[in-house]
Design a protein around this ligand. Structure first.
Ligand code: GA4
Length: 342
């Protein structure tokens, strides 16, 4: 296992405390038995890890980044035509339908081929390129998700190693794809380059606070999330022992998050990781792309008997029913509580 550079830890309430932490890093070119064991441990300890030697081509990533950056660089009025994100399309500042806000703009798409090609015309003057680039990226990260889910099954000693991956490779899977774009954030102590500030296309003025919430704390409702960002920091994860940990960006690699549905599928053995994006002093915007791997709306989420189920923490639920609850609540809410057995 490779352990990345230690990051400072921040306790809830913002009292700073420093300790060594390395993001668990799994080398997918390692022996399968080693990788699967390490993935299971990372899912248990943090619900979060990084994968290297993941097999996704740099070209596929770079082309996706370019398409998204091109879209975000367009005038606001043009981007607005691809919105609102209700739930799919272009969104700005508003997250979900219940009043959550964030300092970002984003694209949210259904991640299946048919709907992607239908929507592409709103996102590019060259819809067929946008569509094929997005499809290539989504196919690559879907394959990566399946590889990881198969390793998890092996690490849990489940004989059918496709037990989780088949949920998301189902042709009716309800996965989605999101690109978030966080504007640059400049604190007063960092405003020596006034020209750059004035020319900023976001029209920002120096911000009196030291940081700003780009995307508020939450867990992802799906099974697994695969994130790739540019080299601008901001992502933080929340640990079981109450620390917010900044995650150093790594544009060549992917970060993996356990979602609520994976927590239920493993009867609480894995826990979905709470995370947020906080912008701190950067002239450059952060751009992240997330693939949220979800099953079909009618698929049942319940821990298989192969997981040690002496008591079932959660009632079985259909992904579609869970999703309805998710959208009726606020970003930071713990939705799995609604499905707990007493
Ligand atoms: C968080 C994970 C994904 O980005 C997302 C988000 C969704 C949205 O932005 O529309 C939600 C949020 C996410 C969870 C709670 C609800 C729904 C916003 C919101 C307040 C696309 C998803 O599936 O759930």
């Amino acid at each position: 296992m490779v352990v990345a550079t230690p990051s400072p830890l921040i306790r809830r309430g913002n009292k700073k405390k420093t300790a060594a932490f390395g993001v668990p890093t799994i080398d997918l070119s390692d022996d399968k038995s080693i990788a699967s064991e390490m993935i299971v441990k990372a899912c248990e300890d943090y619900g979060f890890f990084k994968v290297i030697n993941h097999g996704v081509s740099k070209k596929v990533i770079a082309r996706m980044e370019r398409e998204a950056a091109d879209f975000f660089s367009r005038p606001v009025s043009e981007k607005g035509r691809a919105g609102p994100a209700a739930p799919f399309g272009y969104g700005s500042k508003n997250i979900g339908f219940n009043g959550d806000k964030g300092d970002l703009e984003y694209i949210l798409l259904e991640a299946n081929t048919l709907s992607l090609s239908q929507r592409a015309k709103n996102f590019s003057n060259d819809p067929s390129t946008f569509s094929s680039v997005t499809n290539d990226y989504v196919s690559a990260v879907r394959k990566l998700s399946c590889d990881i889910l198969e390793l998890v099954a092996e690490g849990l000693w489940i004989e059918d190693n496709s037990i989780f991956s088949k949920l998301i490779s189902d042709s009716h899977n309800d996965s989605c794809f999101r690109v978030n774009h966080y504007p640059p954030f400049i604190t007063p102590n960092n405003d020596d380059n006034q020209d750059e500030l004035n020319n900023n296309h976001w029209g920002l003025s120096p911000n009196p606070s030291k940081s700003r919430v780009g995307f508020g704390e939450h867990t992802d409702p799906q099974i697994l999330t695969i994130l790739r960002s540019n080299d601008v920091s901001g992502l933080q994860i929340y640990t079981h022992d109450g620390f917010w940990i900044p995650v150093p960006p790594d544009p060549n690699e992917f970060f993996v998050f356990v979602g609520d549905s994976f927590q239920a599928l493993t009867n609480g053995r894995f826990t979905s990781v709470r995370h947020r994006v906080v912008s701190i002093n950067s002239w450059k915007s952060r751009m992240s792309m997330m693939y949220f791997a979800a099953p079909a709306l009618g698929a049942w989420i319940s821990a298989p008997p192969q997981i040690n189920n002496i008591t079932n923490i959660y009632k079985p639920f259909k992904w579609g029913d869970f999703k309805q609850i998710v959208y009726s609540l606020r970003l930071a809410d713990s939705r799995l509580d609604y499905f707990k057995n007493h």
